[in-house]
Design a protein around this ligand. Sequence first.
Ligand code: SF4
Length: 362
Amino acid sequence: MDQLQQLLDDVCAGHRLTQQEALKIFRVRGKHIWAVAAAADSVRQAKAGDAVTYVRNQNINVTNLCVNNCGFCGFSKKKGEKGIYFYDKHEIQKKAALAASRNVTEICTVSGLHPDFNAESYQNVYRWISEAAPGVHIHASNPMEVAYAAKKSGISTQMVLAAMKDAGLGSMCGTAAEILVDSVRKKICPQKISTSEWVRIIKEAHRIGIPTTATIMYGHCESEHDRVKHLGILRKIQDETGGFTEFVPLSFIHMNTPLYKKGLARAGATGREDLLMVAVSRLFLDNFKNIQVSWVKEGVKMAQLGLLAGGNDLGGTMFEESISKGAGAVNTDYLDPAEMRRIAEDIGRTLVRRTTLYELFP
Ligand code: SF4
């Protein structure tokens, strides 16, 4: 314990954790978990203050038809399956206008990789949203969608990103990262882009002024070592570009996923793992100001505890959510800011509304 406490004290005093040290902290058990959470909480206070931030946002998943077969996905459908949807311009604009009427500042869209999509399809979606919800920030796409659009249109990923930006993309989702270790990706999402492609596209986005989030999906078949490698990749990118707005740990929702049904994944992370994921991220990612806790993935009560273990952001209100629901999560549709305020104030913090890029509302 003395050694652990010394290490935690060193981090609080500015020491940059090595991957080996982060691995040790990921493996902490028993009451020492609280010491880790307390250190992460101190770092959070020094870096991000006492505000618990959130954004008013709405999801629009344009289609659930997807050419890929990721083992952790309970959302996508294949041709011929029941329950497929694919919204057209009219439907997308209706949803975007509804979002605007709810006073959101952000619309998110991530969808299945529709067999007919190309770069122009993504541009059209962003233009339609911009027309129907002028001034609302579009937080959309991810490196997998960019790679797919580039392949389908026979152009480079830089060209796709530039075209998306031109069509209204304000920031890109750092999803499709899952675990940035190719041996794990081969097991959970063999058709997805490789680690190096994900990194390349993220850096390309940052270089042309498209900020992105950074994510990890944990609690399936990855090891603690894989998590540390993943965090190491993200910290290095942030050192180079400074283009990540926040880090979002995403706890694996297992119930309806092929990976779990085939016995290839665990039944998600435990509470200890959820807490340590937030805490180690806060301690290791010294170049990130914002660490988000996902009420969608972890539930509101666990998310509240994450706010005591290094988290400073509650993400979005959502209004419409299909990805986690498809995988078996419940109560993912909407979290009222009044409830966010209740859980923030319950731990002595203040809820503050923000934009996607963390400008705070007075
Ligand atoms: S995670 Fe995305 S790319 Fe993979 S199957 Fe699901 S919708 Fe398709």
